[in-house]
Design a protein around this ligand. Structure first.
Ligand code: NAD
Length: 247
């Protein structure tokens, strides 16, 4: 049985990926800073949970070591947003975002790499964002982190190639999850407009398809990247962005 470690699995996209991997026969280690309600996970028998803050890099290493079995699929998904103009952006928040969304994926990759190399098979899937490719106002740390995560993905692809390890990034546009619900509220406050107008005029302004994505649509793309058919797909950034970056 193949194993998968999914970060940020208590909510949204991570939860959907953990469930779809379990449904596809993976033994899943679902990790989050919040306690994961196992009852919510339909395939809980094949899902183990762990509670850590990913900015605690020692805890990241211990997590992989304590799991025992080598991890075959690493999904670096945990993330959070902070919307704030440059001049007021708190340095501590900036740093925490880099720790969780760039350094933790690197530390976890280091931890799972030897077992993947030994097996000659591995999948690293980094949940970046369309904001790993383009910028938007007031999200300086998030955009920097997601661009960095795509750079890390490309390097892992190069170093993993000869060992059967692929690395890819997924770059979603807006997905309806708790993270986005809170951004809608933040932007409405910042721009002083109603929340519905934030969705139509701000979030989906550049989108060809005017609907928010579902977490299951992102999970389905992650599942494809785990297949043997995707064995030569590596170093790529997969956009699933309602056509946002087509223009
Ligand atoms: P979410 O808020 O629903 O879930 C994120 C999870 O990450 C939460 O459960 C949270 O507790 C966990 N997390 C955050 N910081 C952590 C830490 N320090 N340690 C451990 N866990 C931590 O968000 P989501 O929308 O499902 O986002 C998942 C990923 O997808 C994020 O990386 C996000 O940047 C990315 N993304 C989301 C969207 C979107 O529109 N929702 C679009 C593009 C990219």
């Amino acid at each position: 049985m193949r194993t998968a470690l999914v970060t940020g699995a208590a909510s949204g996209i991570g939860k959907a990926i953990a469930i779809q991997l379990a449904q596809s026969g993976y033994k899943v280690l679902a990790v989050d800073q919040h306690v994961i309600a196992e009852a919510e996970l339909t395939h809980s028998k094949s899902i183990e949970t762990a509670t850590i803050d990913l900015s605690d890099f020692k805890a990241c290493r211990a997590l992989v070591k304590d799991f025992g079995a080598g991890i075959d699929v690493l999904v670096n998904n945990a993330g959070f947003q902070h919307v704030c103009a440059i001049e007021d952006f708190p340095l501590a928040t900036w740093q925490k975002m880099q720790d969780v969304m760039v350094t933790a994926p690197f530390v976890l990759t280091q931890a799972v790499w030897p077992a993947m190399k030994a097996k000659g098979w591995g999948r690293i899937i980094n949940i970046a964002s369309v904001h790993g490719l383009v910028a938007s106002l007031y999200k300086s740390s998030y955009i920097t982190a997601k661009h960095g995560l795509i750079g890390l993905t490309k390097t892992l692809a190069l170093e993993g190639g000869e060992h059967g390890i692929t690395a890819n990034a997924i770059c979603p546009g807006y997905v309806r999850t708790p993270l986005v619900e809170s951004q809608i509220a933040d932007q409405a406050r910042l721009l002083n407009i109603p929340e519905e107008q934030v969705i139509s005029d701000v979030m989906l302004k550049n989108a060809a398809i005017k609907r928010l994505l579902s977490a299951d649509e992102i999970a389905a793309m992650a599942l494809y990247l785990c297949t043997d058919a995707a064995g030569c797909v590596t170093g790529s950034s997969w956009t699933i962005d309602q056509g946002w970056t087509a223009q």
